[in-house]
Design a protein around this ligand. Structure first.
Ligand SMILES: Nc1ncnc2c1ncn2[C@@H]1O[C@H](COP(=O)(O)OP(=O)(O)OP(=O)(O)O)[C@@H](O)[C@H]1O
Ligand SMILES: [Mg+2]
Length: 587
């Protein structure tokens, strides 16, 4: 900057300072809604009503039945750096309220017209303060109003037209406002909320239990596909619900994490949940979850960003591990029965109108006694395919009856018919076994009586000679037979039936694609699925009844056996009642 262009340093005007600060907090109407809701929640409200006009751009009104603001503090509520929530650094470091900066209302008032009407229990009437009033002492007038606070924000950004241009359509702004209410509501189930837009009710939530509230706000299919998460380590607790991998989505639009009652978007937490799904959900599929972390406020810093949607954990790696294990444990609750469910609205079933949903939570890890099964029934059907003496006491997947189209196993259990995708189920079993073997650093190898020699491309030859050790770790003995040929001398014992050449080619392709040295750390699961796919029984292979029953028993003993490693279900249940409905029996 040249000397002639330089201007003298001057303090900024107070109004301009506020407008600059507002830029950090107030991006759009939804930011105002968020700040007002947080104030209402901090005031101990049990009922919060939001009224919006023109997507919140024209008017936002939030009314609560909380503690209210005393008359002589009303002007301060609009002043910058004035708060009733903290008074010292020590209190900041252990802050338990949603607000603490004493800046939100001042920021909003610098870019919109604000009126606060509030009444505390001791006062005879409510009082009102308006932001526009000039002078150091804004006028405070008596007003009508019950105990609590009503804040009205009108004409957002009319003072800063440049920022107003960044707003989107009213419908988009309204959607963002609703999202903020939903997040606040999900974190505070015992508080009732209503939202109206141009007088039309958009949302009405009574006080609910946390479970009722989460199910009300999450996508409909979450209710049937959720697994309970609950892990308490004293200083930190995570609870809530996470979706079955079979109910994953294309977009990450049903992922909620709350820390001490605050919605956050935190990389550590998001990564931990994603890592818990690494084994059951591949590719771009997104899980659904609604999880609540409660932690000593001293162990988490919320003063990271003005909007407070980011947090910093004092010990982020142990929080990561804690959440990862909690979600993993929820997902490992083994087989979740799925059955065909008739939509409630249907009077009579129409073919093709049934949806797959899990019926009830059954954990095969927790041994279910014969008695509890008997309690479920009128009578226990005789097993069809197995000698009664050999029958395991606990066979939730029942006994094989037949094989269908070379793809499905049909079995009968106490509740009715079980249909198993035989390849997908077996693939999961082989995959889990390989994973255990690899974790123990030993995938047992089966030597081939006659080495299998096959022609390979230059890139396959290069990969094989470069990564011999890695292949050995995976149980594959691959060496060069000639400049254009590869010899396979040993395969993983679990994969002894596989086509060796095809298997080797696929593994070489994975190793090359994922980058040799990192493949076992970063792409272990993908690689093991390639192996497992080759080890699993192929479609059209005829299985004997005994083989089919053996597969069912292995599924029961395998963690996460109810979905293949791509997140698809491996089996479904059609209860006798469902079959009756199909045939209109008993109607
Ligand atoms: N709905 C309300 N009920 C009761 N008191 C309120 C309400 N809204 C605001 N206040 C009072 O006004 C003060 C200022 O609110 P403001 O939102 O500006 O700051 P804050 O909540 O303290 O901190 P932050 O800037 O982090 O939100 C609060 O500290 C609180 O005492
Ligand atoms: Mg606040």
């Amino acid at each position: 900057m040249t000397a002639t262009l330089r201007r003298a340093i001057r303090p900024l005007a107070e109004a301009l300072i506020s407008q600059i600060a507002a830029g950090e907090v107030v991006e759009r109407p939804a930011s105002v809604v968020k700040e007002l809701l947080e104030n209402s929640l901090d005031s101990g409200a049990t009922q919060i009503d939001v009224k919006l006009e023109a997507g919140g751009i024209k008017r936002i009104m939030v009314a609560d039945n909380g503690a209210g603001i005393p008359r002589d503090e009303l002007a301060l509520a609009l002043a910058r750096h004035a708060t009733s929530k903290i008074a010292s650094l020590e209190e900041l470091e252990g802050v338990e309220s949603l607000g603490f900066r004493g800046e939100a209302l001042a920021s909003i008032a610098s870019v919109a017209d604000v009126a606060i009407t509030s009444r505390v229990a001791e006062a005879e009437s409510a009082f009102c303060v308006r932001s526009g009033n000039p002078g150091p002492e804004p006028g405070i007038e008596p007003a009508a109003g019950s105990i609590g606070t009503r804040i009205e924000v009108a004409d957002l950004f009319h003072k800063t037209p440049a920022r107003r241009k960044f707003l989107r359509s009213e419908a988009t702004e309204l959607a963002h406002c609703l999202t903020q209410v939903e997040r606040a509501a999900a974190a505070h189930a015992s508080v009732a909320f209503t939202v109206t837009h141009q007088g039309r009710t958009m949302l009405a939530l009574p006080a609910q239990t946390p479970r009722e509230r989460a199910l009300r706000l999450m996508p409909e299919e979450f209710a049937a596909a959720r697994r309970e998460v609950e892990q308490d380590a004293g200083a930190v607790r995570v609870h809530g619900w996470t979706g079955a991998p079979t109910a994953s989505r294309a977009r990450a639009d049903a992922q909620y994490f709350f820390v001490n009652g605050r919605y956050v978007r935190d990389k550590v937490l998001t990564h931990a949940v994603r890592a818990a799904y690494a084994d059951v959900l591949h590719g771009a599929s997104q899980p659904m979850y609604c999880l609540y972390l409660t932690i000593d406020p001293k162990r988490v810093d919320v003063n990271v960003h003005p909007t407070k949607t980011e947090v910093r954990f004092r010990d982020s790696s142990s929080v990561h591990q804690f959440v990862l294990h909690a979600v993993q444990a929820a997902l490992a609750q083994s087989v979740q029965p799925l059955h065909w469910q008739q939509p409630a609205s249907e009077a009579a079933p129409k073919p093709g109108t049934y949806r797959l949903t899990p019926t009830h939570q059954t954990s095969f890890g927790v041994a279910q006694t014969v008695a509890s099964y008997l309690a479920l029934l009128a009578e226990r059907p005789a097993p069809l395919a197995s000698d009664a003496n050999d029958e395991p006491a606990d066979a939730p997947l029942g006994f094989a009856v037949a094989q269908l189209s070379g793809i499905y196993i049909l079995a009968q259990n106490e509740r009715g018919l079980i249909i198993v995708d035989m390849h997908a189920a077996h693939e999961r079993i082989v995959y889990e076994k390989l994973k255990r073997q690899l974790d123990q650093r030993q995938i047992p190898q089966q030597r081939l009586l006659i080495p299998q020699v096959f022609t390979a491309s230059a890139i396959e030859i290069a990969t094989a000679s470069e990564h011999g050790e890695l292949l050995e770790q995976l149980g594959l003995d691959v060496s060069l037979a000639s400049p254009t040929q590869v010899a396979l001398r040993g395969v993983p014992a679990l994969l002894s039936q596989a086509d060796g050449a095809e298997l080797t080619r696929d593994v070489l392709r994975d190793v090359r694609e994922y980058g040799g040295s990192r493949v076992l750390t970063e792409h272990r699961n993908e690689l093991l699925s390639t192996l497992a796919c080759h080890g699993a029984v192929r479609a059209n292979r005829r299985l004997t009844i005994d083989e089919m029953n053996a597969l069912l028993r292995e599924m029961e003993a395998t963690e996460r056996a109810d979905q293949c490693n791509h997140g698809r279900p491996t089996w479904v249940q059609l209860a006798v009642g469902d079959l009756d409905k199909l045939f209109l029996r008993g109607r």
